[in-house]
Design a protein around this ligand. Structure first.
Ligand code: PLP
Length: 374
């Protein structure tokens, strides 16, 4: 059966070159990176070389990159340590963050007695930058935690603007960049950001590998203790094959960025045009100009038709999410859409189509044909 994968914001396929690198390491380099003899030292060298490759993509120093298992771990770690160890008394965030940030903020703020302020979301799904500035004028030690690209609707945060505000008012700035790393340039040397978080499976790397950037001067305490790995910041024997695979995936993503961005943008635009032509009344949720790889849509179908739509698409070999992948199976409306859609629109099922460079126009045509037959 035809298989069409249009859920690249949930995860991505692993590139062949990445698999090859990982297999090479798994086959040849089993040494424990903490061992002091040659095969251990070789594994350690692989990890340090991967760290350098990753740091270079952001113009930062390798000492500022720490490996983790995933984006969820990175966001949890930074938020917990910021409130526990960096004297943060208030967190400014939104209710549109990924659940791993949203729930981490709720839990650690309650645990450590920290105030949380959620920014208003404007009808175009963007934050209210003026409100952020007004809040930052209060002299409270603050962590601003705002995602770069929203995983459900693709709304983009102006990292430069928020970074400058944070610098002006002395706040720490954490951005969940899981959806943007490898898909857009993030020159950290030009942006005032203290922490970013990434996950390899979102940029054609392996699952179970991620990293955080912690700007020099911010001394976090570890979330996981019990070993000296990652300078004591993240205990546990490292996984050289994962780290090497992640670095390769990131390097290739940035190497091919211009070409891939162009391909994906034109596919997304084609899909949008086809939806508009074939389904008059279709709505696109979120910003006028979302990130180039995603469309979040409301189809003008009756509730009976929409109830089974994902199932019907699946039966035809099409993988698409309802809202965010993390909520699939849930009947609750998306917490992201709930922030800015009308009560009526919220009752309608939204679909998230997210594109990758392997997708084709023919696949979009097939999707449109299947939707027409629903
Ligand atoms: N943050 C965002 C914006 C995401 O889209 C995701 C995954 O969907 C995560 C964090 C969690 O990352 P991971 O799957 O690596 O735990």
């Amino acid at each position: 059966m035809t298989q069409i994968y249009l859920d690249n914001a949930a995860t991505t396929s692993v590139r062949k070159e990445v698999v090859d690198e990982m297999v090479k390491v798994l086959t040849n380099d089993f040494g424990n990176p903490s061992s002091t003899y040659a095969i251990g030292r070789h594994s350690k060298a692989l990890i340090e070389s991967a760290r350098k490759t990753i740091a270079n993509q952001f113009n930062v120093s390798s000492s500022e990159i720490i490996f983790t298992s995933c984006g969820t771990e990175g966001n949890n770690w930074i938020i917990r340590s910021a409130v526990k160890d960096l004297g943060v008394k208030r967190i400014i965030s939104t209710k549109m963050e990924h659940h791993c940030t949203l729930y981490a903020i709720q839990q650690f703020a309650a645990e450590y007695g920290v105030e949380v302020v959620y920014l208003n979301i404007l009808p175009n799904s963007e934050i209210d930058y003026n409100q952020l500035e007004e809040l930052l004028k209060d002299e409270v030690p603050t962590l601003v935690s705002l995602m770069h690209v929203n995983n459900e609707i693709g709304t983009i945060l102006d990292l430069k603007r928020v970074g400058e505000l944070c610098k002006q008012y002395g706040a720490l700035f954490h951005s969940d960049t899981v959806q943007s790393v490898g898909k857009v340039e993030i020159p950290l040397d030009e942006l005032n950001i203290d922490f970013i978080v990434a996950s390899a499976h979102k940029f054609h790397g392996p699952k179970g590998a991620g990293f955080v950037y912690i700007r020099k001067n911010n001394v976090l305490k570890p979330l996981i203790v019990g070993g000296e790995q990652e300078k004591g910041m993240r205990a546990g024997t490292e996984a050289p094959h994962q780290v090497v695979g992640m670095a390769k995936a990131l390097e290739l993503s940035y190497q091919d960025l211009n070409k891939d961005r162009e391909t994906i943008t034109s596919l997304r635009d084609y899909c949008k045009a086809q939806l508009e032509e074939n389904f008059p009344g279709v709505k696109f949720n979120g910003s006028e100009n979302p990130f180039y790889n995603v469309l979040n849509i409301l189809l003008p179908f009756s509730p009976e038709k929409t109830a089974m739509i994902l199932f019907q698409l699946d039966m035809k070999g099409i993988s698409i999410s309802r809202g965010s992948a993390c909520q699939s199976g849930s009947q609750k409306p998306s917490h992201v859409l709930a922030e800015f859609l009308s009560a009526e629109d919220l009752t309608k099922p939204a679909l998230r189509i997210s594109f990758g460079s392997d997708n084709t126009k023919e696949e979009i045509d097939y999707l449109i044909d299947v939707l027409k037959a629903v």
